[in-house]
Write a protein that binds this ligand. Structure first.
Ligand code: HEM
Length: 415
């Protein structure tokens, strides 16, 4: 790796712009895995932390939730934004949701919806998602052989799925799309307005106001959806607090959207760039579940989550002090040469595929079966009806250091 990159590694890891360039961050992480796998990172804009880049260290830290807590730091927030958050909300955390909780609270709150999101129960909405997948591909067919797959297709499909999960009416989808993009892609001028924490807080308040109405409705008219579970959830016979309920709506509404859409569009780019893999999948649709896992490993839409050491310990040979923050670098762990055979090859039949794009351990993604179901249904529909898919312009990635993926994927195709 060139010396100017080595000298700037701390800045590169944290800079949102880095994540608009997949070659750059993979190059930096590959260097770290090799030479300094648990790397102390100090920059002017962010509080310091350890960057954990190897698969073995990421899984070990995430599995040991007693020694490594999710509170008080979950993802990169600039020092200025942390101050602003503290002044505005009195906390360094604007929503105490599942990812900010540790046991015993985490166990209790996760259990509320865990059964609903389980591998078997999620099939109860399979027909509805399959209908949505058909409708999504109908839209592509109507677009006359050209579309921006990232903007026109993959941004909408997971959002509509989440609307089904929450039972939110269709006319509110544009509002939900805008709010979740402000919350997750907010450092990118094109998709988030580049307004930083101020726009994030506005979006957060708008979310809360919206879901107060949903709660009132589900108390009066319960249904079989996640909103009904959250609206009526109790602990020791008492309704859960409003802040916790809002935070839960937020994590469900926002966490399943940009993540899944990034995996969907990044998967298609992988197939376009690897025509032999596209052919293989078309020829044998039974490979779809394996292909979906490879799309998710390949794209690793969530770039990191943090853990905080409870006591002095050692990770990857480095002495970690109690209170130190550790960044779990998922894209890096998912290209770890020690775990994946030829990790930079995109193979739709990769097996085993022990990727950690959904995290690991007690906080592992609650929506992983939903995300995989969505992707399987959409790709089954897409590959059976859309042919000769090719690039029709340059792809571009969101410049965000937490959740990111393609923001533009112009394609041409035949139906
Ligand atoms: C947690 C990734 C889709 C809801 C997480 C975590 C990651 C992740 C990395 C943190 C895990 C950890 O700390 O160990 C992804 C990816 C997705 C995706 C890559 C799509 C490809 C979804 C969907 C939902 C969802 C569709 C729908 C509800 C959640 C929730 C958590 C979570 C609620 C917090 C779990 C906890 O802390 O207990 N996800 N996710 N995600 N995800 Fe996802």
């Amino acid at each position: 790796m060139p010396t100017e990159l080595v000298d700037n590694i701390d800045h590169i890891i944290t800079d949102p712009v880095t994540y608009g360039d997949e070659h750059l961050y993979h190059e930096v992480f590959a260097t770290l895995r090799q030479s300094d796998p648990v790397h102390w990172c100090e920059t002017a804009n962010y509080r310091p932390f350890w960057a954990v880049t190897r698969h073995a260290d990421v899984t070990r830290v995430e599995l040991d939730a007693k020694s490594f807590h999710n509170a008080p730091r979950q993802f990169l927030v600039t020092i200025d934004d942390e101050k602003m958050l503290q002044e505005t909300t009195g906390s360094s955390n604007f929503a105490r949701n599942l990812v900010a909780m540790d046991d015993p609270d985490h166990r209790v709150f996760r259990a509320m919806t865990a059964a609903w999101f389980g591998q078997k129960s999620i099939r109860s909405i399979e027909d509805e998602i399959a209908a949505l997948a058909r409708e999504t591909v109908d839209r592509m067919v109507a677009m006359d052989g050209h579309c921006d797959f990232a903007k026109d297709i993959s941004a909408w499909f997971p959002l509509r799925t989440i609307m089904i999960v929450l039972g939110v009416p269709r006319e509110d989808e544009p509002l939900m799309l805008e709010l979740s993009q402000k919350l997750f892609g907010n450092t990118d001028a094109e998709t988030g307005g580049g307004e930083g924490m101020a726009s994030m807080l506005d979006a957060f308040n708008a979310f809360n106001a919206y879901f107060a109405g949903v709660t009132a409705d589900r108390r009066a008219n319960p249904r079989d959806d996640v909103a009904t579970i959250l609206a009526n959830a109790t602990i020791d016979g008492e309704p859960i607090g409003e802040a916790e309920r809002n935070a839960y709506y937020l994590i469900v509404a926002a966490a399943g959207h940009d993540t899944t859409s990034s995996a969907i569009s990044g998967g298609l780019l992988g197939l376009i760039r690897n025509p032999d893999q596209m052919e293989k999948l078309r020829a044998d649709p039974s490979l779809m579940p394996k292909a979906v896992d490879e799309f998710i490993r390949w794209t690793s839409p969530v770039k990191h989550f943090f853990r905080t050491a409870v006591a002095d310990c050692e990770v990857g040979g480095k002495a970690i002090k109690a209170g130190d923050n550790l960044m779990m670098c998922y894209p890096s762990a998912n290209r770890d040469e020690a775990v994946f055979d030829d990790p930079f090859a995109f193979r739709i039949d990769r097996f085993p595929n022990r990727h950690v794009a959904f995290g690991y351990g007690p906080h592992v993604c609650l929506g992983q079966y939903l995300a995989k179901l969505e992707m399987r249904l959409l790709y089954t529909e897409l590959l059976s009806r859309v042919h000769d898919i090719r690039l029709d312009g340059d792809p571009a990635w969101v410049e965000a250091n937490f959740v990111s993926g393609l923001k533009r994927l112009p394609i041409a195709y035949r139906t």
